[in-house]
Design a protein around this ligand. Sequence first.
Ligand code: 13P
Length: 250
Amino acid sequence: MRIPFIAGNWKMNKSIDEARQLVSELLPLLKDIKTAEIAVCPPFVSLTSVKSLLLGSAVKLGTQNIHDQEKGAFTGEVAPGMLAGWVDYAILGHSERRQIFGESDAFINRKVLAALKHGMTPILCIGETLEENEAGQTETVLERQVRAGVADISATDAPRLVVAYEPIWAIGTGRAATADDAQTRCAFVRACLRAQLGDAADTIRVQYGGSVSAANAAEILSKPDIDGALVGGASLKAADFAAICRAAGA
Ligand code: 13P
């Protein structure tokens, strides 16, 4: 039984005060939801203040990125050990990091291993571009991103992993994949995970991300291989995010 997992990726939004405000609005709306796991992933600067607001609630905390090295001359970066014990999840390999900041599959894999080593659960993001989709290359891209992303994960750590399938053409466009297409892709992702990690694939949660909204969440989340959602824009509004979480927890 995989517990549905909804995570809000706030991206580069919300000041420290606004982050506190959003969490204060969210917590009362989420407190009756028992059957889904929920996490918020604010920017680095708000992690500590959001963490203090989450104490005593079931809502988990995630970071949007980490570096793979333990320490050193990496100006502007945050080491995994700095967040160990503070955050539960680490979003890694988001398409914005891959595309805008040039992160490679190999670098992302090192981050995944570093997150696991420091007790964080990686949310490994994968997904194809519109061009790749239209050229019929989606499965090739997903297979490569899974294979590279999970390389060298131990059998003990494998069941903890979360993978987010986020077609890039669906991110921030208001044009989500249909529930049936999202199911097909997430089932394929699980098959790739099985090829790499064996039976752990039954335990690993595969999220869908890309224009998930209060209106489409219930249908998407009803699919057997979709174990949750990674939510961008709609996670910035308390009522919308709570409605998505409720759709998962129903
Ligand atoms: P949107 O929900 O805004 O499309 O963003 C999805 C996403 O990139 C989450 O990581």
